[in-house]
Write a protein that binds this ligand. Sequence first.
Ligand SMILES: [Zn+2]
Ligand SMILES: [Zn+2]
Length: 337
Amino acid sequence: MVGAYYKGNKIIEMGPAEKVQPGENEVQIKIAYCGICGTDLHIYHGNMDARVTVPHIMGHECSGTVSEIGGQVKDIKVGDKVVVRPLGPCGKCPACLAGHNHICYKLKFLGIETHGAMQSYWTVPAETVHKIPDDMSLQYGALIEPLAVVCHDVRLSGLVKGEKAVVIGGGPIGILAALVAKSVGADVLISEINEFRLEFAEKLGISTVNPMKQDVEAFVNEWTGGAGADVVFEVSASNAGAAVMTKLARSRGRIVLIGIYSNSPQVDLKQFFLRELKLFGARVYEKEDYEKAIELAAAGELPLESLITKVAPLEELKEVLEGMTGDQKAMKILIEC
Ligand SMILES: [Zn+2]
Ligand SMILES: [Zn+2]
């Protein structure tokens, strides 16, 4: 029973981790894999010290096997392969009462405000646990969380077969968004400046454009016969992405904001008037997005395997986080817990 503890100041140390006895409505999971998310990198770099209590165990993109259940838990049994939807809503605020508990006004994120999955055993509310099929690999399981993010984004966008979508940003979320958009039957284009990511997308059969080399607005115009894209997914959280997103959408086109901006970028609001554009915010996922993600992964039609560019043991978490800093060649790295 070990865990990797973030102790502030880029210090990560292995230490004993408590095997927490599940409460009546809780489930204890023997963690198999945990993917590293941009959020974990932010924690490591101290950018989220206001939200985490050190020593802190990070990690929320996990898969594992149920090792113990509380007395009131139904539909989940010991030995089930599971993943966790790492949200802790308050249940009482206006958002929760309106049925939007994934954007609870007091939302706790498991693995940020609480200890996360980078340990041998993790105990979580049964409500957050989703079963995955017995024959699904636990490495795939660790991709369900980011896959659910993009299922949410694509669902909110209303994208349908035959439409054209531009994804701004070709990291793991951008690539997954493009794959899910394609699975809907849309034509998809990724705009990205990093050569490794461009090549990665092309290998998966996704069309790309590099704004450093080509005028994206002109490119999208030509690609859509002068109309503009039906849907634009802004994943890059860059000023350039925010500046161009309104220029790529067609009349009454939909823009989905996925990237998390820490600044207030310039946005061309006049385009909203000229083209009657719609802008959607999209944050994490709802239960049905997890169900959809599990269904998509189980169908085996998405090239999820290729997204996993490295698997490393928990003991190497610090080295992996250090190596990811500024590394433009990583897609998804999984930690074996
Ligand atoms: Zn994540
Ligand atoms: Zn709430």
